[in-house]
Structures are given as structure tokens and as C-alpha cells.
Ligand binder design. Sequence first.
Ligand code: C5P
Length: 235
Amino acid sequence: ARTAVVIPAAGRGVRLGPGAPKALRALNGTPMLIHAVRAMAASRAVSLVVVVAPPDGAAEVKSLLDAHALPERTDFLIVPGGAERQDSVKLGLDALPPEYDIVLVHDAARPLVPVDTVDAVIEAVRDGAPAVVPALPLADTVKEVEPASAAGDPEPVVATPERARLRAVQTPQGFDRATLVRAHETVTDNVTDDASMVEQLGLTVVVVPGHEEAFKVTRPLDLVLAEAVLARRRL
Ligand code: C5P
């Protein structure tokens, strides 16, 4: 089985201009996207990485990839992305050569995922799961609310799911390629991860242990944390 990774990195913010685009923001001097590509290429099982670039940023992404040393065994493709994350992933899938039968989807915004997590996801797909997500238990209790109709109004709590049954889901998420392609052809709802599209097909998605260092770089504090993790790795 050959494995490819699709990295959606075409978010609206991912453009040159004031306030650096997230995927191109530097962590310890190297763009987040490059960290994410390296994290995927670190797995010996991964032989192709497809980066889904901003529609007008493909040339910049190509020069970034050319400028940073990446393993010889890994091929790269750059394709322009779409309006929504789902569209970008679909465009990445459309670009995959036929010989890849396992596909991982990994957010550029999770640059520090350890290779052991990547390998665990691939292994679970190889063992026959149609869809695999790395996930961690939650530290916070989670409440479902009725979203306020006007900004600033207090929001009533609707429910409190039992925390022990909840998991925070990370990437890379791994798939049997045919299953993921069918999910993207069938499901048209707006979703926030790829595995939920497979759930909507009625198939079972399985969870493998995630990793603290696979956190999503979202807020300013996450940049501080990411640079601290990188500094600790160099020790
Ligand atoms: O917005 P969100 O945090 O869900 O984005 C997750 C990933 O999807 C990011 O790496 C972002 O660049 C990517 N994305 C994309 N195309 C879009 C929107 C988001 O590739 N149209």
C-alpha cells in the first residue's frame, strides 16, 4: 500500500500581505507549512506530499519547498486550493496519482505532530480501518449552548456531554483512498473535519492516541508554545 498526504494550506489568510498568512508564519525562522511538510515526510511510509496552496500563492509555496531540504524519498505536488477547506482537500485528492491507496489529510496549522502519531494513523488504515483519527481526552468540561442571536447576549446551556466520552480530534486523519473520495463526492454539508464525512456514509471511524504536540496553532499563545516545543526538541 502506498501512502500520500494532502496538506490543506489555502486558508483565506494564506496570502502575502500585512499580518503574515498563517501557514507561512515562521516558527523559529521556518514557515509553519514547511514544519508540517517535514512532519509528514518524516514517516518512511509517506512517499508523496500534496500541498494545497492559496489559488494565487502556488508559486510562493513552490519556492518555499525548493528552498528547504526535504527527504529524497518524498515527492511533492502543489495544487491551487478552493473557497472552503473541503474544496481544498477535494482538489488535493483530485491531483493524486492512481498508485496511492492510503491518503492522510493534515492541516498545515499542526506543524509539530510527532512521526509516531503519523505512523500510528497509517498503521491503523493498513490494518483495515476505512478512517482513522488521532485524538486526546479533554481537560475542559464541554457545554453545548444555544448560540446568542445578538452579540454579547448570554447564551443558555443546552447540555453537558459526559467528558470521559469526548475526544479532541487532531490531524493527520487517515483514510482508505476510495472511501475518502466517495465521502467527498457524496457529502455536501459544511464539515470541520474529513472523518465526519466518512461517518455520514455510515462507516466506522476509529480513534488512535493523539499527541499533545499535535496541537493546532490558532491563537498568539500557540505560537509561543510551538516555539517552546521546538526549543525543547533541540536539547
Ligand atoms: O480554518 P481551519 O483552521 O479549519 O483550517 C484548517 C486548514 O485548512 C488550514 O491549514 C487552512 O490553511 C486550510 N484551508 C484550506 N482551504 C480553505 C480554508 C482552509 O486549505 N479554503
